[in-house]
Design a protein around this ligand. Structure first.
Ligand SMILES: [Zn+2]
Length: 249
């Protein structure tokens, strides 16, 4: 009995194995198992090759796009508009609307040290909250542009001597006015580079509205770490100094 039962099981096992083999063969022919033509193997080997070899230029590009760029150092020069959304930039020295009557530098973007830009961003956020915005008239100024300004107006009250780098040449100083958040101008004591008494921070000779707008700008700039200059209501220097770098925008 025992032997007969074993033999019966052996036959059944053999039939089952045969059926499985037929099924496997049929499946491979029809590509049911995803291994027809050795596709799985090719894919695996190509993946193995690409992981061993240095990344292709396309892959490198993909990696650089997906990873966040490192934050700049405070001493780095950056384009202000890249870090302060909504800021207006109207560089007067890139146009003929200045005391020289011509452009004294050939770039139209405002550049400052990243440390200064971080402070200016706080000013912008604060002004935005009450419906206003910064508008930049001048920021980093190359030393050679300073010489042109000095030649046009050799008055040390308004123009720093170009003999050594100061304020605007250090990238921590900005000439800035205040406008409505959506762009329109508002009354301020004077236009840019107005070398009269209206330019100073004694607001007794301007209207109440001009004074209040200039004071809103002034107080907000001081709040976030800028020093003022008594002869020009638009001029602000970061309380943090940086060593001079001959930066080419
Ligand atoms: Zn200035």
């Amino acid at each position: 009995m025992k032997n007969r039962r074993n033999a019966k099981f052996l036959i059944m096992d053999a039939v089952l194995v045969l059926m499985l083999l037929v099924l496997l063969f049929y499946g491979q022919q029809k590509g049911l198992w995803g291994i027809k033509g050795g596709g799985m193997v090719r894919q695996a080997s190509s993946a193995a090759v690409s992981s061993a070899a240095p990344p292709s230029s396309a892959l490198r590009e993909q990696i650089s796009v997906s990873s966040q760029p490192p934050a700049p150092a405070d001493t780095d020069y950056v384009k202000v508009a890249d870090y302060i959304p909504g800021v207006y930039v109207d560089l007067k020295y890139a146009t003929n609307e200045n005391i020289t009557g011509h452009a004294i530098y050939d770039f139209v973007d405002a550049y400052l040290r990243y440390g200064t830009v971080k402070k200016l961003k706080q000013v912008q956020d604060d002004l935005n909250a009450s419906g206003y915005s910064l508008k930049i008239w001048d920021a980093y100024r190359p030393l050679k542009a300073q010489a042109e300004l000095w030649n046009a107006e050799p008055d040390p009250r308004y123009i720093s001597r170009p003999s050594k780098p100061t304020s605007h040449n250090l990238g921590n100083t900005v000439d800035v006015t205040i406008v409505k958040k959506n762009g329109p101008e508002i009354p301020v004591p004077s236009g840019f580079d107005n070398f009269t008494k209206k330019a100073d921070r004694d607001y007794s000779d301007v209207t109440e509205e001009q004074k209040n707008n200039a004071l809103l700008l002034q107080n907000t700039m001081i709040k976030y770490g800028f020093n003022t200059y008594s002869a020009e209501w638009w001029h602000f220097e970061d309380t943090q100094d940086y060593p001079y770098v001959d930066f080419e925008p």
